[in-house]
Design a protein around this ligand. Structure first.
Ligand SMILES: [Fe+2]
Length: 205
């Protein structure tokens, strides 16, 4: 039992269809990044703010995070906060595809913000950082040398149809030490809404 992630074993997803769909869009759409000099981050955004293409451009592609860039012990913020709860519309190019089917299924089960395909090239590594929220990972294409490190724990997420809820609010990184690309579907998981209902505090997922 890990302190930092949990496995979701009952996801009803067709991984083969998801990968086929992703590969089609990788060809036609290509990856986005906020900084082309940074090779470790490559995304295809799946949802956006309704009618707002700008919501999947610039710093919104990666989103706010915090890191320790040097040995001074000073934590620094990078990029700006993203209005995650407003990402409620599938991007138009995915309408009618398996990606839309999966997106609708996931939004019934989880309270999601941004949903992205994230590709890490071979032998690449993210910064040591923390994010504002937890994430749901669905590994699609991976290798045994692709590992997430959260605090003092490292683990591999096999592409076997399971989902993984990772605590990205703790310091973490992800490295692909293999020689093939790694692709996960990654969704921001928003905290449950607190609803004050007649004096009773309900948790509405
Ligand atoms: Fe992160």
């Amino acid at each position: 039992m890990s302190k930092y992630y949990q496995v979701v074993e009952d996801l009803e997803i067709n991984l083969e269809e998801l990968i086929a769909c992703y590969e089609e869009f990788r060809e036609s759409k290509g990856f986005s990044t906020d900084n082309p000099d940074n090779i470790d981050f490559n995304a295809i955004c799946i949802n956006r703010k309704p009618g707002d293409p700008k919501s999947i451009s610039g710093g919104n592609i990666r989103g706010i995070y915090w890191t320790y860039p040097d040995n001074s012990g000073k934590e620094e913020q990078r990029l700006e906060e993203v209005e995650e709860e407003k990402y409620t519309q599938i991007c138009p190019e995915f309408k009618g595809t398996y990606i839309e089917t999966l997106y609708e299924y996931l939004t019934l089960r989880f309270k999601l913000g941004r949903v992205r395909f994230l590709m890490k090239p071979p032998r690449s590594c993210l910064s040591w950082h923390r994010d504002p929220e937890k994430r749901l990972h669905i590994p699609m294409i991976t290798n045994g040398g692709s590992r997430m490190v959260i605090e003092d724990e490292s683990f591999h997420m096999p592409a076997n149809g399971n989902g993984y809820i990772t605590d990205n609010t703790k310091y973490h990184n992800f490295f692909n030490g293999g020689e093939t690309s790694r692709v996960h579907l990654v969704a921001t998981l928003l905290p449950p809404k607190e609803v004050n209902n007649g004096g009773l505090l309900n948790i509405d997922n």
